[in-house]
Every structure is written in structure tokens, then in C-alpha cells.
Design a protein around this ligand. Structure first.
Ligand SMILES: *Cc1c(COP(=O)(O)O)cnc(C)c1O
Length: 445
């Protein structure tokens, strides 16, 4: 397993993260346990900010909180000077409860409800990323009720789609998100918005994909967005003050993943921007990006206790852990790949190839197919790396499995930032109607 951030093998031959021995973390907090390397999260935040500072452009780096949205994370994001993207009332509530400055919150989503829009207007958030015509008119009406114009970016689909090494340029994009550049709907929404009294058009937003390892897609998007900006100014007399280029910067999950250093992505995005805009005598807008995975992904490690085995001679050996698709649905959803090691025997040589199974009642509940490990025994501690993004965020209670705790580790200190769910939490929202209530006398407990 590749050792990210502060992860290292300590003198006892155990995996240590943030100066904390993982066997001690497991004993203290139980397993499964999400362990987040706080120093690495902060380092990633700073890499984005530093790269933009170098560019000399005005900027905002907005952490896409959907990757991992808890109050302690919002505190770190604020301390590091980033902005924050939310896509639901739940994420917005989390940020506000953490005291995150509302003017640095951006609200995304293709179906924001009237209640969510009201909540965001009441909070005074910095920007709505408007996705469709229904939302535009709803927002105009609700902002009108408050008598204050809402700041707006329009999500456009620039006809560039990027995923890992592939990027494609498409004429018209078949996507549930945003206004298409190619078919003119992006143009029409700006035209329409410029006539609405309670819509303040800041600019446009484009997000071309996720886990991207190349810069070409971003460069293509920049070019298309700028061409659009120039046309819109000339024909509609609307000048963009903000251009948001989204997230999607890749990380290394497994060997063979080849992400670029963060500064390379930002350099590619920013290097041509000044000259492009200047060429058209266009005031250079503020440039925003929205990294999620690349801020928290490689900072997370999940610790599991190994329980049972099933060895099918000549076929494969299954090693089962005390979690699975409930704490990490990504392998089942996307066939995502992960690396692992025995955290309590981290310096022992690998001896066998096994597959890591979860404990849910689904054959598809597999965390890793074919991973090299020392000969594992019941009670050994398995560490799976790169679980910081879209793991806790996507965790479920399937099979009524309790969601794990999350701890932040830094300089030898470990702090719980999300408590492990209790059995009380499991039934906490259950209601037994009177007509189904078991008579008191018949109760066995
Ligand atoms: C998901 C998403 C992001 C973050 O993507 P990452 O791959 O985690 O960086 C940013 N912006 C938008 C609009 C998104 O949907």
C-alpha cells in the first residue's frame, strides 16, 4: 500500500498516521474507523491556494463539500481560507452550524427545492449556481420576496467531458446538469436572466468530470468558456465577473493512477486566461475552482478488523472485514480500486493474494479483488488507503449496520469528529404506531 501524507511504518512495525499508531486508534475508537490525516488535508488546501497566488489572478478555491461534509471539516476549510460548495440543505446546515462564513458558500444542484433556496437566501450565501430555467425563475421570485438580488453563476456544459485519461469533445452533451453551450440554451439563459430584476449574473460555471489526470480537458473548457464570454458581452452586454472551472482533479488510489501535481492543473487552467481575456480587452474575471476528492481523498484511511475467511482451493481466498459497502460503496458502484495492508503487521512481507469482502448480504459487497497481504488471521487490522472522499459521505445503514466514527489525527493527537452510530441511533427514527404496539404484558424485555 502506498503511504500517503504522514502515513509511515513505525518502530513496532505498525502503520502510523498523523503520529498515531493505528492499532491504538482501533483499540480506542473501535473498527471500522475512518482516520483522516489533518496535515495532509491542510497541505492539499494550501497547494491550491499557493498555485493560484502564483498565477497572480483573483481566485476562490471552493471545497466541494459533498466529498466529505462534517462540521470539523468545514472548520479546516475556513481556517485554510477556502470557500465551500454545498448541494443540499443538509450540507448547507452543516456549514452554517460550523459557523462557516455564508458569503463564501456556493449552492449547487439540479433540483434545489423552494425551501432550500429560501434557507440559502436567509443565510445570505455568496452564490447560487443555477442549473435550469425553472430554478432561475424560482430564485428570481424568492429573492424578490426578500427584495435583494441573488448572485448567480450559470452551470454550462461546454461540450467537453473528461474522465481520467479520456476526454471527449461533444457537440451536444447528454447530461442532466446545466445549460448546453452548443445548442444555445446557455446563451438563452443569460439573455433571460439579464432581464430579471432579482438575478445578479456573476458569470458561468463548468465542471467537466472527475478523477482527471490530464490538463487538455480543462484547457478546452477554458477556451470554450472564454469564447462564450466574449460573445455574450458583445451581443448581450453582460460581462462575466467570475468564471468557475469546477473540480475533478485526480488522485492516486492505486499504482498506475498518475495524477498531476495540483500546481500543474492550476497552471494549465490559469496560464492562458490572462492573455485570452486581454486579447479581447475583457476585464479578467475572478477564477474559481471546486476540488473535492483532491482535498480529502488521499487523507483518509479506513481501518477494519479481519474476521472470517473462505478459502476456495484453486479459486480464491476471501478475507472478510467488519465493514464493507456500507462504509465504502464505491467499489460496488463504480468498480473503484483500492490498496490495503495489514496495519498491525505492516513490515511483514506479503505472502498471499486474497480478496477483501464486506459483511453485507450482497455478493457484490467486495472492497478489493486480489490484493497481496501477509497471511492474515482473525483479529488482524486491515488498512485501506485513499478513503477520504465519497466514503463517509456515501455511507449507509444497509443491513442496519452502524455508520463508523471518523477521527482526525495530527501530531500524535486523535480527535473524534463524527461519533460512531449507536444501536439507539439505528432505531432512533423508527416509530411503531399504536395499532402495532405489542401489549406491555407480552413483552419479553
Ligand atoms: C463533484 C463536483 C465537484 C468535485 O469533484 P471532485 O472530483 O471531487 O473534485 C466540483 N464541482 C461540481 C459541480 C461537482 O459536481
Amino acid at each position: 500500500m502506498y503511504l500517503h501524507g504522514t502515513s509511515q511504518i513505525n518502530g513496532q512495525g505498525r502503520l502510523q498516521i498523523g503520529g498515531c499508531d493505528t492499532t491504538e486508534l482501533a483499540a480506542r475508537f473501535g473498527t471500522p474507523l475512518y482516520v483522516m490525516d489533518e496535515a495532509l488535508i491542510r497541505q492539499r488546501c494550501r497547494e491550491f491556494v499557493d498555485a493560484f497566488r502564483e498565477s497572480g489572478l483573483r481566485f476562490q478555491v471552493a471545497y466541494a463539500s459533498k466529498a466529505f461534509c462534517v462540521m470539523a471539516m468545514c472548520r479546516i476549510v475556513e481556517e485554510e481560507g477556502l470557500s465551500l460548495d454545498v448541494v443540499s440543505e443538509g450540507e448547507l446546515h452543516t456549514a452554517l452550524q460550523a459557523g462557516f462564513p455564508p458569503e463564501r458558500i456556493h449552492f449547487h444542484g439540479n433540483n434545489k427545492t423552494p425551501d432550500e433556496i429560501r434557507m440559502a437566501l436567509d443565510a445570505g450565501i455568496g452564490c447560487f449556481v443555477v442549473d435550469n430555467f425553472v430554478e432561475l425563475h424560482l430564485l428570481n421570485a424568492l429573492a424578490g420576496e426578500k427584495g435583494q438580488a441573488a448572485k448567480v453563476l450559470f452551470r454550462i456544459t461546454p461540450g467537453v467531458e473528461a474522465h481520467t485519461h479520456d476526454y471527449i469533445s461533444t457537440g451536444q452533451e447528454d447530461s442532466k446538469f446545466g445549460f448546453d453551450l452548443g445548442n444555445g440554451s446557455a446563451y438563452r439563459v443569460i439573455e433571460e436572466a439579464s432581464r430579471l430584476p432579482y438575478i445578479d449574473v456573476l458569470g458561468v460555471h463548468s465542471h467537466i468530470g472527475s478523477q482527471i489526470f490530464e490538463v487538455e480537458g480543462f484547457k478546452m473548457a477554458v477556451e470554450k468558456v472564454i469564447g462564450f464570454a466574449v460573445k455574450v458581452r458583445a451581443e448581450l452586454n453582460v460581462t462575466f465577473r467570475v468564471v468557475n472551472l469546477g473540480g475533478g482533479f485526480g488522485i492516486r488510489y492505486v499504482e498506475g493512477d498518475t495524477p498531476l501535481p495540483i500546481k500543474e492543473y492550476i497552471k494549465a487552467i490559469t496560464e492562458d486566461i490572462s492573455s485570452y481575456f486581454s486579447r479581447h480587452d475583457y476585464p479578467i474575471p475572478e477564477i474559481w475552482v471546486e476540488p473535492g476528492r483532491s482535498i480529502v481523498g488521499d487523507a483518509g484511511t479506513t481501518l477494519y478488523t479481519i474476521g472470517t475467511f473462505k478459502d476456495i482451493p484453486g479459486v480464491r481466498k476471501y478475507v472478510a472485514v467488519d465493514g464493507g459497502m456500507t462504509d465504502n460503496p464505491r467499489p460496488a458502484l463504480y468498480e473503484s480500486k483500492y490498496e490495503a495492508m495489514l496495519a498491525n503487521r505492516a513490515s511483514e512481507p506479503n505472502e498471499e493474494t486474497v480478496s477483501i469482502a464486506g459483511k453485507c448480504c450482497e455478493s457484490g459487497d467486495m472492497l478489493i479483488w486480489d490484493v497481496e497481504l501477509p497471511r492474515a488471521e482473525s483479529g488482524d487490522l486491515l488498512a485501506v488507503s485513499c478513503t477520504g472522499a465519497y466514503n463517509y459521505a456515501m455511507a449507509s445503514n444497509y443491513n442496519r449496520i452502524r455508520r463508523p466514527a471518523v477521527v482526525f489525527v495530527k501530531d500524535g493527537q486523535a480527535d473524534v469528529v463524527v461519533k460512531r452510530e449507536s444501536l439507539g441511533d439505528v432505531v432512533g427514527n423508527d416509530v411503531v404506531p399504536d395499532r402495532l404496539r405489542k401489549p406491555e404484558a407480552a413483552r419479553t424485555v
